[in-house]
Design a protein around this ligand. Structure first.
Ligand SMILES: [Fe+2]
Ligand SMILES: [Fe+2]
Length: 272
C-alpha cells in the first residue's frame, strides 16, 4: 500500500484549483501517474515538498520492487493485480481499449474530446485518442513504443504525431499554448535535462513539416480534463473506423511485425 503525501500530490498536479476540474477517472489517472512516477511513497508529512532534484529521484530507484518504466498492465497501483477478462478471438482496437487499456483510455478519450471540441483535424483527433494507450504496456520511451505498435494500422502522420509527442512534452511552445508540465519537475527532477538524443529529436521535429501534429497532441494532453464531459468510446466509433485499419484476423494475429506487442497486451499474465 502506498502512502500518499496529499499536499505533495496536489502540488504535483498543479494545485487544488486544477484538481477541482478533474473527473473522478481523471483523478485516478493522475494518481496513477503520480504513483508510477514513484514520487508518492513514503510521504505523509504536512509540509509540501519542493520538487526533488534528479539525483533525489534516482536515489529512490532501489526503494521500489518495480521499475518506473513498467506498463500499467504489469504492476498494481496498490495490492495485487486483478484477473483480466478474456479477449475475444479476433480482437479489435475497441476491444483492447475496453479490456486492456482502461487505465489510460479515460485520459486519451478526454484528450480526443478536447481536440474535437477545438475542431482539430479528425486525423489528429484520432492521434489524441490513441497517443498514450501504450502506457498499459510500457512507459519508458512511450512515444516510440506507441508509434511502432500502431504504425501498420494508422496513417504516417498519426504515427509521426504519437512517436514524437512524448519528446515534445519536454519542450514548451508558448505560441502553440504548450508549457512545460509542473508534474515533470516532480517526476524527473527539478534540474532534469533531456538527454542529447531527445534534444536532437526535438530539433529535427521542430523543423519538420508535420511539427504541429505531435505538438497538437501535447497541447491537448495532460490537464485537458473536463469534469462535465461524459466521453464515451462510442462517440469515437466512426473516427476509429475511418483512421484505424483493423486487421481482419484480429490484432495480434495478422502476422505483422508488431503482432507480438498486441499479444503481449492481450496476455500480460503469460510467464513466457
Ligand atoms: Fe504521452
Ligand atoms: Fe497524454
Amino acid at each position: 500500500m502506498f502512502n500518499i503525501d496529499r499536499r505533495h500530490f496536489i502540488a504535483a498536479l498543479g494545485g487544488s484549483a486544477t484538481i477541482a476540474t478533474l473527473s473522478a477517472e481523471a483523478k485516478a489517472d493522475a494518481l496513477e501517474n503520480y504513483l508510477i512516477a514513484g514520487v508518492g511513497e513514503g510521504g505523509g508529512g504536512a509540509t509540501p515538498k519542493p520538487a526533488p532534484t534528479s539525483a533525489e529521484v534516482n536515489a529512490e530507484i532501489p526503494t521500489r520492487p518495480y521499475r518506473r518504466g513498467v506498463g500499467n498492465l504489469f504492476v498494481a497501483k496498490e495490492g495485487n493485480v486483478t484477473a483480466l477478462q478474456p479477449m475475444p478471438p479476433k480482437p479489435t482496437l475497441t476491444d483492447f481499449i475496453r479490456l486492456r487499456f482502461q487505465s489510460t483510455s479515460e485520459h486519451c478519450l478526454q484528450s480526443a474530446n478536447l481536440a474535437r471540441k477545438k475542431n482539430l483535424d479528425e486525423e489528429l483527433t484520432f492521434a489524441c485518442l490513441i497517443h498514450d494507450l501504450v502506457l498499459s504496456v510500457m512507459h519508458t520511451d512511450h512515444g516510440f513504443w506507441a508509434a511502432q505498435m500502431f504504425e501498420p494500422y494508422v496513417s504516417e502522420k498519426v504515427a509521426f504525431a504519437i512517436r514524437h509527442h512524448a519528446t515534445l512534452r519536454f519542450f514548451p511552445d508558448h505560441e502553440a499554448g504548450y508549457e512545460y508540465p509542473d508534474l515533470y519537475r516532480t517526476m524527473f527532477g527539478s534540474d532534469y535535462v533531456v538527454p542529447p538524443h531527445q534534444q536532437a529529436e526535438y530539433e529535427w521535429v521542430r523543423k519538420h513539416k508535420w511539427y504541429m501534429a505531435p505538438r497538437l497532441v501535447t497541447v491537448n494532453d495532460l490537464y485537458s480534463f473536463d469534469k462535465n464531459a461524459k466521453v464515451s468510446l462510442d462517440d469515437f466509433h466512426d473516427v476509429i473506423g475511418r483512421h484505424f485499419k483493423q486487421p481482419k484476423e484480429g490484432l495480434g494475429f495478422d502476422g505483422s511485425p508488431v503482432a507480438h506487442m498486441w499479444r503481449t497486451a492481450a496476455n500480460p499474465d503469460l510467464p513466457l
